[in-house]
Design a protein around this ligand. Structure first.
Ligand code: HEC
Length: 104
């Protein structure tokens, strides 16, 4: 019993650590580009990244102008990658937005 509680706690700690993997970094377009090409974005376990469908940002050069860009990004994370949405004030989301801005 105590053992399983411990296992859950260790798992929760590990999840917490991996969720905040970028918390200490400053948001940047370079980090955004890395995440854009990362199939594990949002904890996804498939093989697709954002770049699989929008190679090098093709077709989304002007999406940075959309006021609902964070929601669009989260929609593509959940529907396109099968991942979990990102917090809008996270380093990951801010970096993805900077990357979109760098495409223009
Ligand atoms: C399975 C394919 C697929 C994946 C993976 C995918 N998208 Fe999309 N995305 C689409 C489709 C389809 C649309 C809607 C049609 C369009 O505008 O190109 C879209 C639309 C968008 C738009 C809005 C375009 C506009 O201005 O209307 C943005 C921005 C975007 N995706 C970013 C991303 C990001 C960031 C990721 C990674 C988290 C991602 N996409 C992953 C297929 C995908």
């Amino acid at each position: 019993m105590l053992q399983s509680v411990k296992t859950v706690m260790v798992a929760a700690l590990w999840a917490g650590l991996s969720l905040s993997a970028y918390a200490a970094e400053r948001p940047s377009a370079a980090l955004g580009e890395k995440l854009f090409n990362d199939p594990k974005l949002g904890g996804a376990t498939g093989t697709k990244s954002c770049g699989s469908c929008h190679q090098d940002g093709a077709g989304i050069e002007f999406s940075y102008k959309k006021p609902n860009l964070p929601q669009i990004i989260n929609m593509c994370i959940t529907r396109g990658l099968g991942g979990a949405p990102l917090a809008e004030d996270s380093v990951e989301m801010k970096s993805l937005i900077l990357y979109h801005q760098s495409l223009r």
